[in-house]
Design a binder for this molecule. Structure first.
Ligand code: TIU
Length: 223
């Protein structure tokens, strides 16, 4: 077992049953003209998560540990997009509309791709998901069960929407979840801070959080 200095207490994981889940590091959430910006958000906050997420990917790849990437997106005919999701609020463009990176949040369009710094490499799994949580209407649960996965390390965006939803889904399914603090971002710094607090409150009611340096140090101590 590898011990990581985490909050609210030490996170221990078996390197044979850990998976890194990188949530939705897509152009649509990070770059100008994408879904995140159409909703009225300041996308500049997202930049902070890129370097730490890329480093976390490197740490897993160097050890040959499995990586799963997710992408929030929809079919071109919007058959997997509930009208309630598309019609919500007053965005400048809606899901499926034409934007500068292709149709907003549509599978296969440039905007729905993962940014180059965090792109999947050969052998890594990419899960397309229609919801905020990565377990809803996807093969993720079966895939993790087949591998005998017990522990999940999380990165990605946004902290309080798709990352938190997925960690909650994972926690209910019996996984031990560690969120790497610098490898996630929100459009609202106060929501990121509150989400980290919520996850680790009450003795780790939903999971653990740790700085990237603590996770790196834990791996270096093993080798
Ligand atoms: N809007 C927002 O903060 N996030 C999302 O819509 N999706 C994800 O978090 N990926």
């Amino acid at each position: 077992m590898i011990p990581v200095n985490a909050q609210p207490f030490e996170f221990r994981f078996d390197p044979d049953s850990v998976v890194l889940i990188v949530i939705d590091m897509q152009r649509d959430f990070i770059e100008p003209g994408g879904f995140g910006e159409t909703l009225g958000n300041d996308i500049s906050h997202m930049q902070r998560a890129i370097g730490p997420t890329a480093e976390l990917l490197k740490l897993f790849r160097e050890r040959g540990w499995p990586v799963v990437h997710t992408r929030e997106n929809h079919a071109g005919d919007l058959s997997d997009c509930p009208p309630a999701k598309r019609e919500r609020g007053n965005p400048t463009l809606r899901i499926g509309d034409d934007g500068p990176m292709g149709r907003i949040l549509i599978r296969g369009e440039p905007g729905a791709e993962i940014i180059a710094d965090c792109a999947a490499i050969e052998g890594e799994t990419v899960i397309d998901k229609p919801g905020k949580g990565a377990f809803y209407a996807t093969p993720l649960g079966d895939l993790l069960a087949e591998r005998g996965t017990k522990s999940l390390v999380f990165a990605g965006v946004t902290t309080e929407v798709c990352v938190q939803t997925t960690i909650r889904e994972a926690n209910d399914r019996g996984f031990e979840c560690l969120l790497i603090e610098e490898a996630t971002e929100s459009y609202f710094p106060e929501f990121k801070a509150a989400t980290l607090d919520m996850i680790r409150a009450q003795g780790g009611i939903v999971g653990w959080t740790a700085p990237l340096a603590s996770f790196r140090a834990a791996l270096e101590n093993e080798t």
